[in-house]
Design a protein around this ligand. Structure first.
Ligand code: G1P
Length: 287
């Protein structure tokens, strides 16, 4: 089954990047010349999505403005004959239909996803995507498209996972399951941010999900968990008996752009792969 809509929780304060994030949302921080949020939207669109629902917080309206026309800028670029730059700007206007719902209080990612329920508006039997723009992934085959294909085959919930060092499992949702095909596992348990000694495995959830709309009913019943927040992991765990649930050990290089080091690594790896500055950067790094 394909999905039309992808929900992106973007309400966080980005405190790890203060003072950069004092007025600028972290989702608009750039890897070279594109903001993080645009990479996420491009990946969603590559998997067939047409609508993006941003779950935002007061003061972060500029994130959705990135996807709306900017007539003054566009007119100036046109007047100066900058057709190539105008095309870059216009492409962001036309990428997808981007709407916004507000999360007034930081009650967790599960809460954020539940707030998008009306905006997703899908009917029973349909699915939608969820992406956390902080998880930036370089992949020839876009990860949301990898998930879409697995969801088409197995139905139910499909999540991206990656093996992480044991001492880092407490930063993630962690699953246990049985391999059913090459890089696909059927999930039998999951736990949000377990202590390393209590983790069922080192397969960590990365910020990419395909969820059947039935998950909203589960989310509405989910009480606060780790950190006092409503966790999507808890809602998915509660649905394990009713919905098939699989994870995909995706192909791609992931960077945690919520951390300073991850963001710098992402910048370097993205820049290295670009035709315009990659070769000179390689030369510089080699020196
Ligand atoms: C969230 C999820 C967690 C997942 C992680 C991936 O945690 O709750 O299960 O592993 O994203 O980035 P957060 O990073 O919001 O604490």
């Amino acid at each position: 089954m394909s999905f039309r809509t992808v929900v992106m929780p973007v309400a966080g304060l980005g405190t790890r990047f203060l003072p950069a994030t004092k007025v600028q949302p972290k989702e608009l921080m750039t890897l070279v010349d594109r903001p993080l949020i645009q990479f996420a939207v491009e990946e969603a669109v590559a998997a067939g999505a047409e609508r993006i629902v941003l779950v935002s917080s007061p003061g972060k309206e500029s994130v959705s403005r990135h996807f709306r026309p900017h007539p003054e800028l566009e007119r100036r670029l046109a007047d100066r004959g900058k057709a190539d730059l105008l095309a870059l700007v216009e492409a962001t206007n036309e990428m997808a239909s981007v709407s916004e719902v507000e999360q007034p209080e930081p009650l967790g990612v599960g809460h954020a996803i539940l707030l998008a329920r009306d905006a997703v508006g899908a009917s029973a039997g349909e699915a939608f995507g969820v992406m956390f723009p902080d998880d930036f992934i370089i992949a020839d085959d876009p990860v949301m498209e990898q998930l879409r294909r697995v969801q088409e085959q197995y139905g139910g919930i499909v999540i991206a996972v990656e093996r992480v060092p044991r001492d880092q499992v407490d930063r993630y949702g962690v699953i246990s399951g049985e391999r059913v095909a090459g890089n696909v596992y059927r999930v039998d348990d999951m736990v949000e941010k377990p202590k390393p000694e209590e983790a069922p495995s080192n397969l960590a959830v990365v910020g990419r999900y395909v969820l059947p709309v039935e998950i909203f009913d589960r989310l509405a019943l989910t009480t606060p968990g780790v950190g006092g927040e409503i966790q999507i992991t808890d809602a998915m765990k509660a649905a394990l008996g009713d919905l098939p649930c699989h994870v995909v050990e995706f192909e791609g290089l992931r960077f945690d752009c919520g951390s300073k080091l991850g963001f710098v690594k992402a910048t370097i790896e993205h820049a290295r792969r670009r035709a315009d500055i990659g070769p000179e950067l390689e030369e510089y790094l080699a020196r």
